[in-house]
Design a protein around this ligand. Sequence first.
Ligand SMILES: O=C(O)CCC(=O)C(=O)O
Length: 238
Amino acid sequence: MLADLTASTHDADHAAHLLRHAGLVVFDKQDDALDRDLLCTWLADFRKYFALIQHELGCQGIEAQKPFMFNEVCSRLSERYDVRFVQGKGQYSLETMPWKQLIYDVLGVSSKELWHGVVLSRPGAPAQSWHRDSGHLFDQMLPAHAVTIFVPLVEITPQMGRTSFIPQTHLDKQASDKKPHVTPAIPLGSWLAFDSRIVHRGEANFGKEDRPLLYFVYSKEWFRDVNNFPSDKPLFRT
Ligand SMILES: O=C(O)CCC(=O)C(=O)O
């Protein structure tokens, strides 16, 4: 099953086909690999920003072990943080990304970036529940309204937990988590794309290292995500 979910940007039609029909496509070919220096810069950016966040949480007396939600960061489960980057785009712009064509093919050229961020699972983080990042919006089954790209910022070993997906559940409103799932390995430099309606979960981190996963969410221009982050509760009140 997994072999069938890999594609290359050189075959854009096949990649878009997989995303539309399986709900998931993995790019693990050398030609599509992200530049190591860029990955190092992204990791350094994240570490710097997360250190500021931890400092601010400490100053405000917020216990990092308990769930909290701010515009910039949410923790819904212990040792798991969803950090949203609120700075300018620059080196995170879709224009420079190898997935630009895929996003345009599947969401249209007027699509937009909703946001990018990092899901951090620290040692001891439990597995998430099966979930969809965005539910079905209409009674009719329609093409994707949002697509997420996952980019590991470190080499993710099986002990650190990967992300599991249940293929085709993006087209099934009643999807059961009893269906077979896949847990693709995404070596450093590789990346994957998924329809935000697919049922998936982050696995537990049994390792000794942090597991930061950079993500980008793109959507149709009319879509607003009002569920994943609050819009009226900034952590940094400058
Ligand atoms: O941690 C992961 O592997 C995936 C995280 C995720 O799916 C989420 O936070 O919605």
